[in-house]
Design a binder for this molecule. Structure first.
Ligand code: ADP
Length: 598
């Protein structure tokens, strides 16, 4: 729509009012002046008529020629036309014309009034003289001669018209001046009104651009009440807008943070299966960048039939759907618990689908681990139990009668029982360490490390002596460390026991402990157990610390191993916040190192 500036709305109205007032005034003044002028003129003519009336009435009856002469002379001297009319309308004498040639004047209004006995007047155009004339007639019957006719005097009135015309001219000039002044005045007034409005418009535009910090300058002195309250309303609106924007921004940021940092993968698509957005976890799962894929088709970005079917189903049915799907990423299988829900706008119309994916891979792995563990434990326990059962049954079936066999069988039963005991002990140790690690209940104290290592050495001394193995120890007497001494002793015992078990006779097993200073990280305590034994093939190294993992089952069983020793060492190291590593060369020996931060 085309709009008009305020100036052009105010100006014509202002001008119209001013001009209207001026015209009315002028008309009023001019007509009053005209009336006054005619009144005076009329009175003047009437007085003049009375002055000569007596003489005229005496001349009417005396001599018509004399009357005509008198009229002509008197008329010339007074610049007035003088006419004497008989009662029947016949012109008896006239100062300007030959009465004989003049028509009957009975119907002239001023004369009709005079014939009725009263002075009469009329203003009209005279065809005889060609111009506007003022006529005044008086009756002559009131004079002594009692002549029933009338005496009429008339003058041209063009002079009054000239005066009035000059008034009109001045008024026209005045009007132009007034138009000019009204224009300037309106401009000044409209400027005064418009300036704060202009400022408000600029302020409102700033608000539209999002700058709600800037409020309008409100100056109650220079503003009208309406503009002042409008400015105040705008400022109030800006403040409210600012508060709302702040609240919305805060909420948006909170949601963004939650969305971005969610471990669950979230993916939103529109009804055309175009990606609206996806969070960081989802982007990482599909190896995408969250910003690059916005607006792209889902099937172009994620290739998984199950996921597409899920989205299609939700789009078709408008109901949430849950399903476990498997994603193949390279060689890895990723198990995803997936829940897809329809997205709706405020009018409850569908606008897309929100898919939440929960990575169950770790959980699945843990479950598998647990299952494997249970199977392993059962298997490990089953072997000695089956063996015990077998020998006990053989004994009961009669072998008891054979003292040599009976003794041999019972020795086997005793060995297997000890083995069972060892497995259960190790399992209990493991679960205790795990439990304490989980609860953060491993108590650490500052101890002289040498004492702990000596104690471990003492435990293994008998076995070493059996194989004539020499145990060498390198540890500073004054090395104090923060550890759980019982657990570290247990770990070193396990490593020493392995070293002795998997080494030939007359070899040496060395225990070395030292504190390694590190520049930026914490100091580390390194405890190494090195043997000159059979060593371990490379392919086993990775799985060596798993529960029940053994490179050679027969050899392990022969020395009473449970397959849990290294697993316990690893758990002890982890419980201390550290780790355990192994280096080994088949045929030459192995070195196990526990590293614990201090
Ligand atoms: P085990 O009770 O069978 O010794 P561990 O968990 O202590 O169980 O050890 C797991 C396996 O690692 C052993 O069966 C053995 O094959 C191998 N192993 C451990 N220590 C050594 C070592 N010092 N030298 C060679 N092989 C070792």
């Amino acid at each position: 729509m085309k709009t008009k500036r305020l100036l052009w709305q105010l100006f014509p109205a202002n001008l119209l009012i001013t001009l209207g007032a001026l015209l009315v005034m002028t008309w009023f003044a001019a007509s009053t002046a005209r009336e006054l002028y005619f009144d005076q003129m009329r009175q003047g003519l009437e007085s003049r008529a009375h002055l000569i009336a007596h003489q005229v009435s005496s001349l009417v009856s005396a001599s018509p020629e004399k009357l005509q002469d008198f009229c002509r002379q008197a008329g010339r001297h007074s610049a007035t036309r003088i006419t004497v009319v008989a009662r029947d309308g016949t012109v008896l004498a006239d100062s300007s014309e030959d009465p004989a040639r003049m028509s009957n004047h009975a119907n002239r209004p001023e004369l009709q009034a005079a014939f009725a006995g009263k002075p009469g007047s009329s203003l009209r155009y005279s065809h005889t003289l060609g111009g506007n004339m003022l006529y005044v007639a008086i009756p002559l019957s009131a004079y002594p001669e009692k002549f029933p006719g009338a005496l009429r005097l008339s003058v041209a009135v063009s002079s009054i018209d000239r005066v009035i015309n000059s008034i009109y001219l001045k008024v026209a000039l005045g009007c132009s001046l007034v138009i000019f002044l009204a224009g300037i005045f309106t401009m000044v007034v409209s400027r005064r009104i418009v300036r704060p409005l202009e400022e408000m418009r600029r302020g409102a535009e700033r608000m539209v651009r999002g700058d709600t910090q800037h409020l309008l300058d409100v100056d109650s002195a220079s503003m009208s009440t309406e503009v002042y309250s409008l400015a105040m309303s705008l400022n109030r609106m800006a403040k409210q807008m600012r508060e709302r924007i702040n609240a919305a921004t805060l909420q948006h940021n909170e949601l963004e943070t939650v969305f971005a940092s969610m471990a669950e993968m979230v993916l939103a698509v529109d009804t055309g299966k175009r990606i609206i957005r996806l969070n960081r976890s989802a982007a990482a799962l599909f190896y995408l960048s969250p910003d690059d894929v916005k607006g792209k088709m889902l099937h172009g970005v994620v290739r998984n039939r199950d996921l597409h079917e899920l989205v299609d189903k939700v789009l078709a049915e408008g109901e949430p759907v849950e399903k476990d799907i498997v994603l193949f990423v390279g060689p890895d299988k990723i198990y995803l618990q997936t829940r897809a829900v329809p997205l709706q706008n405020e009018q409850k119309a569908p606008i897309g689908v929100l898919v939440v994916l929960n990575d169950l891979t770790r959980l699945r792995k843990l479950e598998n681990l647990r299952r494997d563990f249970v199977a392993n434990v059962s298997h490990e326990l089953k072997t000695p139990v089956t063996s015990i059962q077998g020998y006990v049954e053989t004994l009961l079936d009669g072998a008891l009668e054979e003292p040599d066999d009976a003794r041999r069988f019972l020795e086997i039963v005793a060995r297997q029982t000890a083995r069972l005991d060892a497995i259960i002990d190790d399992l209990l140790t493991l679960s205790r360490i795990e439990l304490n690690t989980d609860r953060d209940e491993i108590s650490m104290i500052r101890v002289r490390l040498k004492e702990t290592l000596d104690s471990a050495l003492l435990t293994c001394q008998a076995k070493a002596a059996e194989k004539k193995i020499n145990i060498r120890m390198e540890c500073d007497d004054n090395l104090f460390v923060k550890i759980n001494p019982n657990l570290i002793e247990q770990a070193v015992v396990n490593l020493l026991a392995n070293g002795i078990a998997y080494s030939p006779e007359h070899s040496t097993v060395a225990v070395t402990a030292a504190l390694v200073r590190q520049e930026e990280r914490k100091d580390r305590l390194l405890i190494s157990v090195e043997d000159q034994g059979i060593g371990i093939e490379k392919e086993h190294l990775e799985r060596l610390f798993e529960r029940f993992y053994r490179t050679d089952k027969a050899r392990s069983s022969a020395h009473g191993g449970t397959g849990l020793g290294l697993s316990i060492v690893k758990h002890i190291a982890v419980a201390h916040g550290g780790s355990v590593t192994v280096r080994s060369e088949p045929g030459k020996g192995s070195i196990f190192t526990i590293s614990i931060p201090q």
